[in-house]
Design a protein around this ligand. Structure first.
Ligand code: TRP
Length: 461
């Protein structure tokens, strides 16, 4: 690893905001939010800024095929504004037709923050789910479960752990010899969280998207790598056009794929597998399929990039019918972090850096008044030089959380930059917007309190 490379630590307090560099280094794809269907303010304003494979989700939406959304919550401390961003996105995906699964990371919280499972449960319900309901997530289309009481999640993590090692964990998370093993186990449980909705008992094979802050990307890199390593069929866009399918032979499928223990190959078995691949692809309507078991591949010359998702899905179904897990690598979207109110990182353990969703209006007002300002130190200077809305917390909080009206926001931005709008006036606008938003949240929270239990999946009641 080069010295200037970022290592992201999902548990750490440091946070890189060099988003261009993050995109390049980790191979994310920039997201054009304005082009999203029913774009939310987070999309319109470039706050959700990158993704991996979100196309397969949008394609599922376009063709009215099922897709899932998975996110998780760490039950420790109070829910704050930053946490609401993922819920806004989950709600948006829900509106596009996705089914939502939410993991309560009670095992992770116990292991890394010392929160008991019991305490984790009550925090999840009282702090988080009550606000999810208030924020408009539909409990009928949402399943919340606990890591500790869904054994298949842990089993899946354990099973996939076989396909990684400490070197990979060092590369992805920057772990060293001193790393606590709870931090080694937690990512594997999270792998189970992310992949298990594809199991037949939890909705079956379908694309699943995970909306996260970039600090969680290491988990997605790990999960995507592990899912791909289990796959029985490789799919490649071939240089000469079209798609090429080959077998990925490992312990689990050696027998099915006709690999004899003495190193010889049972040609009949191989042929039968290739015939099944041809059938699976033919059922999608392709007629130009070229099967060459001897060379070890099947070519579909007329398949385009658009077709790869359908072909991959058909092969995963085939894999499942032959005894494999048939796991699809998850999609993900990434959002920028809102700055903390002090100008530092937003953190639950530093109450001054954020607004908690249960803060009363007087506290909200006080925190905004004291928030870091992008204005100049005197009025004269401000009028002359103008302010910087990019670092002005009051402006940023309207943009991220409180103000839906793009035109009004643009006006505030311009007049602050020109010096016409003073820092104190910007804060006043923010206080008004925040008061409206928080009062409405409070009202909704009371109205929807009776719905909280209906979020819980059957195994979690
Ligand atoms: N690790 C996440 C956090 O610290 C919580 C979490 C657990 C999660 N499982 C997940 C997030 C799956 C996204 C997807 O907040």
């Amino acid at each position: 690893m080069g010295e200037d490379e970022l290592v992201m630590d999902p548990w750490g307090s440091a946070q890189s905001t060099d988003y261009d560099r993050i995109i390049t280094q980790f191979g994310l794809t920039p997201l054009n939010g304005a082009q999203m269907p029913n774009a939310t303010k987070l999309h319109r304003r470039g706050i959700v800024f990158a993704h991996r494979d979100v196309d397969q989700i949008l394609e599922a939406h376009r063709t009215a095929q099922p897709f899932g959304v998975l996110t998780g919550l760490m039950p420790s401390g109070q829910m704050h504004l930053g946490h609401s961003m993922v819920i806004e996105q989950a709600k948006w995906f829900q509106g596009l037709g996705g089914d939502v699964t939410i993991a309560v990371a009670d095992l992770e919280s116990q292991a890394t923050r010392g929160v008991s499972l019991e305490k984790g449960r009550s925090i999840a319900l009282q702090e988080y789910l009550s606000h999810y309901a208030a924020l408009g997530l539909d409990p009928e289309k949402t399943n919340v479960y606990f890591q500790s009481t869904r054994p298949v999640v842990q089993r899946l993590g354990f099973q996939l752990g076989k396909r990684t090692n400490l070197n990979e964990f060092e590369a992805i998370y920057g772990f060293t010899g001193e790393t606590n093993l709870a931090h080694v186990q937690a990512p594997l449980v999270q792998v189970g969280d992310i992949l298990h909705p594809q199991l037949d008992a939890y909705g079956g094979l379908r694309p699943v998207v995970v909306p996260v802050g970039v600090d969680q990307d290491p988990h997605l890199r790990l999960t995507r790598g592990l899912a791909s390593k289990t796959n029985w069929f490789n799919l490649k866009e071939s240089a000469s056009g079209g798609v090429m399918i080959s077998l990925s032979i490992h312990d689990e499928n050696a027998t099915v794929f006709g690999q004899l223990p003495n190193g010889r190959v049972d040609q009949e078995k191989v042929t039968s597998v290739f015939d099944k691949v041809v059938d699976a692809v033919a059922s999608l309507g392709f007629s130009d399929i070229m099967s060459s078991p001897k060379q070890g591949h099947v070519r579909v010359p007329s398949a385009t990039r658009r077709d790869t998702h359908g072909i991959r899905t058909a092969l995963l179904h085939l894999e499942r019918s032959l005894g494999g897990m048939g796991l699809l690598a998850p999609s993900s979207t990434y959002h920028h972090f809102a700055v903390g109110m002090t100008g530092d990182k937003m953190s639950s353990s530093q109450p001054k850096t954020t607004l908690f969703l249960r803060d009363d209006l007087a506290t909200v007002e006080k925190k905004i008044k004291r928030a870091f300002s992008g204005g100049q130190s005197t009025v004269e200077e401000h009028r002359r030089l103008g302010g910087n809305p990019d670092v002005d917390v009051a402006y940023q909080y309207m943009m991220y959380f409180f103000e839906e009206d793009d035109a009004f926001l643009a006006e505030l931005n311009a007049s602050f930059r020109s010096g016409a709008l003073l820092a104190g006036e910007m804060k006043q606008h923010c206080i008004e917007a925040a008061t409206r938003w928080m009062s409405e949240l409070q009202e909704k929270r009371d109205e929807t309190a009776h719905l909280v239990d209906t979020f819980l999946a059957e195994d979690s009641r």
